[in-house]
Design a protein around this ligand. Structure first.
Ligand code: PGA
Length: 247
């Protein structure tokens, strides 16, 4: 049975004052029946880990370097994330693929480094609007999946997030049929049937329940709507309801 996961990606948002949102979330959901993860910017990982200590909520990074250490100014190793209190790391997000030219091969190397350090990797993939319009969605995500996962990937240390690039931060979401099509396809390709498969891209309280009702959607990677405890809390409740738990 795959444990459902609600993961929040704060991206480059958040100062120390915003830790009140993490605290409010933990207080509102002291015993979630699904797994809950918050990934703040690197500067807040350690302090958020302190805020969420003694709660079931986990903290993750948003990227790590493929090397264990070395002359890489500005980068953060997987072991450093662990040291700061992270248990997870988002890798291969489309914003990093676009802003930093990250290739799937680099994502695989980073994912292997995350595994070596004991982190759970949330590996992102998804098609652009041009690729979808050209009918290439399934081919693109298949290839990204194949190239982005190292041999070390198991259901225990890896989560996949399908995030159509054109749906991220735009308020646009694919139809439920389009999400189902991609998730069914990815599920058939995953090396381990127990590996979890999240949907990401403009998930919000208003659409969470219908997305979580889709077979093969094991949770969500949430950007904008994870910044406020009230909104993310509603999404967590929708995931708990889909799971048959109480919210
Ligand atoms: P969004 O971002 O929910 O703001 O669309 C999702 C993501 O990029 O992980």
């Amino acid at each position: 049975m795959r444990r459902r996961l609600a993961a929040g990606n704060w991206k480059m948002h958040g100062l120390a004052t915003d830790l009140t949102e993490a605290d409010a979330l933990a207080r509102a959901h002291p015993a979630p029946t699904v797994e809950v993860l918050l990934c703040p910017p690197a500067t807040l990982i350690s302090r958020m880990a302190d805020v969420l200590a003694r709660t079931p909520l986990s903290v993750g990074g948003q990227d790590c370097h493929a090397a264990a250490s070395g002359a890489h100014t500005g980068d953060t190793s997987a072991a450093m994330l662990v040291d700061a209190g992270a248990t997870h790391v988002i890798l291969g997000h489309s914003e990093r693929r676009a802003d930093h030219g990250e290739t799937s091969a680099q994502v695989a190397a980073k994912t292997a480094a995350a595994h070596d350090a004991g982190l759970v990797a949330v590996v992102c993939l998804g098609e652009t609007e041009v690729e979808r319009d050209a009918g290439q969605t399934l081919a693109v995500v298949s290839e990204q999946l194949r190239q982005s996962l190292p041999g070390s990937a198991t259901a225990g240390n890896t989560v996949i997030a399908y995030e159509p690039v054109w749906a991220i931060g735009t308020g646009r979401t694919p139809t439920l049929e389009q999400i189902a099509e991609v998730h069914d396809h990815l599920r058939s390709l995953l090396p381990d049937h127990e590996m979890r498969l999240l949907y990401g891209g403009s998930v919000k309280p208003a659409n969470a329940a219908e997305i979580f009702a889709i077979t093969n959607v094991d949770g969500a990677l949430v950007g904008g709507a994870s910044l406020k405890a009230a909104d993310f809390g509603e999404i967590i409740a929708a995931l708990e309801a889909a799971d048959g738990g109480t919210s």
